[in-house]
Design a protein around this ligand. Structure first.
Ligand SMILES: Nc1ncnc2c1ncn2[C@@H]1O[C@H](COP(=O)(O)OP(=O)(O)O)[C@@H](O)[C@H]1O
Ligand SMILES: CC(=O)N[C@@H](CCC(=O)OP(=O)(O)O)C(=O)O
Length: 299
């Protein structure tokens, strides 16, 4: 029986070989949502998966949010969190919290854990003595229903990514870990929605794949019903679900980010459940089709 078990394990390795070959030296951008980071066990398994990917010659890049932790820190500081079209209104006091919690604590924690699990990583933030920032941008301008610009405070969008630094780190076998903030040309720091930050990184490095890890099993027709999961979604279908309100709250910037990424040529975009053990490896190494795959047009 033991030999049988060992043979089955060897079969699994052989099955993975084709996928490993396919993705070797190709970049996968992994966006880790704040909700996944709230669950230490889920985060542990996810980071081990990322170390595995790097060990077999893939090039993972992590972009992370931390919405839940930011909101918690705001409550402690007695600041009320307010969202406008899925973006956090960011005044100066909120920005200071975002910088400390997201670019500081969470970013360093993820990078530290990757190292703890046997990988090598580089936290890319501007907190501390050296500025390792790779995301540059400008204030985000969005309009309300009346067409007038909305005041979001210090919220930005990424317009430039330091691709050379990311390429060099990946080449050297280090996993870049990027918080969702950017700096303007004049050095002003801005809070960026993590889904859109991940999109900008995926486009800049010409990623083969962009995977969003969230706390739901994917895009659902009814957001409260896990059985209404949509396995494959085309761009027009996704737009329809946003327009009719089926896709709401934090799922809006995520799906919009997916659509933008497809328009810019990244081949595959997936939204999967980061709470499921090894969901990332299942997504990459099997045909099981976990979560929702977004595609530009039906094949
Ligand atoms: N149609 C939908 N399908 C799935 N989730 C949805 C949908 N509409 C809204 N949501 C909400 O979007 C959330 C995911 O977005 P968000 O909280 O920003 O996640 P993350 O922090 O992982 O980026 C889900 O937890 C769910 O409550
Ligand atoms: C402008 C804006 O909304 N920024 C986000 C950045 C963090 C984020 O996006 O975190 P999740 O991935 O966990 O949602 C925020 O302040 O919550």
């Amino acid at each position: 029986m033991e030999t049988q078990d060992a043979i089955e394990k060897a079969d699994v390795l052989i099955e993975a070989m084709g996928w490993i070959r396919r993705f070797r030296d190709k970049t996968t951008v992994i966006k880790v949502g704040g909700s996944v980071m709230e669950q230490p066990e889920a985060l542990h398994h996810l980071l081990v998966d990322i170390v595995f990917m790097e060990s077999v010659g893939m090039r993972p890049i992590v972009v992370h949010g931390g919405g839940a932790a930011i909101s918690r820190a705001m409550t402690e500081a007695k600041i009320e969190a307010r969202f406008i079209q899925g973006r956090r209104y960011t005044d100066s006091a909120t920005l200071a919290i975002v910088e400390k919690v997201l670019a500081g604590e969470i970013n360093e924690r993820i990078a530290g854990k990757i190292e703890e699990f046997g990988g090598r990583s580089m936290p890319l933030n501007f907190v501390g003595e050296t500025n390792n920032n790779v995301l540059y941008g400008e204030p985000l301008e969005i309009a309300g229903d009346d067409g007038k610009p909305l005041d979001l405070g210090h919220v930005g969008k990424v317009t430039k990514v330091d691709r050379d630094t990311l390429d060099n780190l990946c080449y050297a076998g280090q996993v870049p870990v990027i918080p969702s903030m950017c700096e303007t040309e004049s050095g002003q720091r801005l809070n960026v929605n993590a889904d859109t930050a991940a999109t900008a990184v995926a486009q800049a490095v010409g990623a083969e794949k962009l995977v969003f890890l969230s706390d739901v099993n994917g895009v659902r027709l009814d957001k409260d019903d896990p059985d209404s999961l949509v396995h494959s979604l085309t761009a027009p279908q996704a737009q329809e679900l946003i327009a009719n309100g089926s896709i709401a709250s934090g799922m809006i910037p995520k799906v919009e980010a997916c659509l933008e990424t497809l328009r810019r040529g990244v081949k595959k975009v997936h939204i999967i459940d980061g709470r499921v053990r090894h969901s990332l490896l299942l997504e990459i190494f099997t045909n099981l089709g976990v979560g929702t795959e977004l595609i530009a047009e039906p094949v």
